[in-house]
Design a protein around this ligand. Structure first.
Ligand SMILES: O=C(O)CCC(=O)C(=O)O
Length: 276
């Protein structure tokens, strides 16, 4: 038994490359966080929109709190051990009845890390189900190598390059259905994607992408990390700061650095840059 996950859940993660659902906060609390997020979004829209969706946890206190929630960190510890840092976050918002989707891909492909053995918690702020465009996973695909990805830059594809793994057998896909306040955990190499939101409600997922132990090194860009738990000694690294409040200027300058770094890494060698 881990701190949060049962032995069965830990086994499932290692066998299938994901585990879901995990209760983090109640639906009621998720509603309060959603309200705080939407207020911050209303007051400071320049810090959170489809082309400014990375590292919002360095701008909005509510997302910083969720990234540090003890249930999130305990579950991460159950998977990768007691020492880890957070590399980045992405807020995946799909507006009601919108065409945006995420093609089949493996996260580790363009992240420039020395190993894909990292974990991403994806926390639902609103309901995530087939109608709203929940994530879908291909069980066991994390046990393969990184597949070839074709960069399509397709208009409604909200991945940086619209990168896609071809010939995925979708008959094995598993829908990760989450209530507000629940999360899933997925491995850096699991093949996953999501369909458009056909519902009348927003689908908002906070992907903490990703938590990594100190033996995983950034090989392509600057070494920027938010230390989360235990000892995280990394050569030539810069420790990011938590915001004390919305738009904290210290964390804001960290975010500018981290967003630019993420751009350099994710678009390395790309033929187009799309501002995601
Ligand atoms: O939110 C989505 O639909 C996709 C998210 C995703 O690909 C990820 O968190 O790695």
């Amino acid at each position: 038994m881990g701190k949060v996950l049962s032995d069965e859940q830990i086994h499932q993660y290692h066998e299938q490359g994901f585990v879901s659902p995990i209760d983090v906060i109640s639906e009621y609390e998720a509603g309060l966080y959603l309200q705080r997020f939407q207020e911050a979004e209303h007051n400071h829209p320049e810090m959170a929109h489809p082309h400014k969706r990375n590292n919002i946890h360095l701008s909005y206190k509510c997302l910083d709190e969720l990234a540090h929630h003890p249930v999130v960190l305990d579950a991460v510890e159950d998977i990768i051990g007691p020492d880890f840092a957070l590399w980045a976050t992405v807020l995946f918002c799909k507006e009601p009845s919108s065409p945006h989707y995420v093609s089949w891909h493996q996260d580790a492909t363009y992240m420039g890390m020395s190993s894909p053995a990292f974990v991403t918690p994806w926390l639902a702020l609103t309901s995530s189900n087939p109608a709203t465009g929940c994530m879908q996973m291909i069980p066991g695909s994390h046990l393969s190598e990184i597949f070839d990805h074709e960069d399509t830059y397709a208009e409604d594809n909200i991945l940086t390059r619209g990168q896609v793994v071809k010939n995925v057998d979708e008959t094995h896909a598993v829908d990760l259905i989450l209530k507000p306040g629940q999360m899933s955990l997925h491995h850096g190499k699991v093949v996953h994607g999501s369909r458009p939101n056909t519902s009348k409600s927003r689908r908002i997922g906070f992907a903490m992408q990703s938590f990594m132990p100190p033996n995983i090194k950034q090989l392509v860009g600057k070494n920027l990390w938010l230390n989360m738990r235990g000892t995280n000694v990394r050569e030539n690294s810069i420790a990011l700061h938590r915001p004390a409040h919305d738009l904290d200027p210290v964390a804001a300058s960290d975010r500018a650095l981290a967003d630019a770094n993420l751009d350099d890494i994710l678009y390395l060698g790309a033929t187009q840059k799309r501002g995601f």
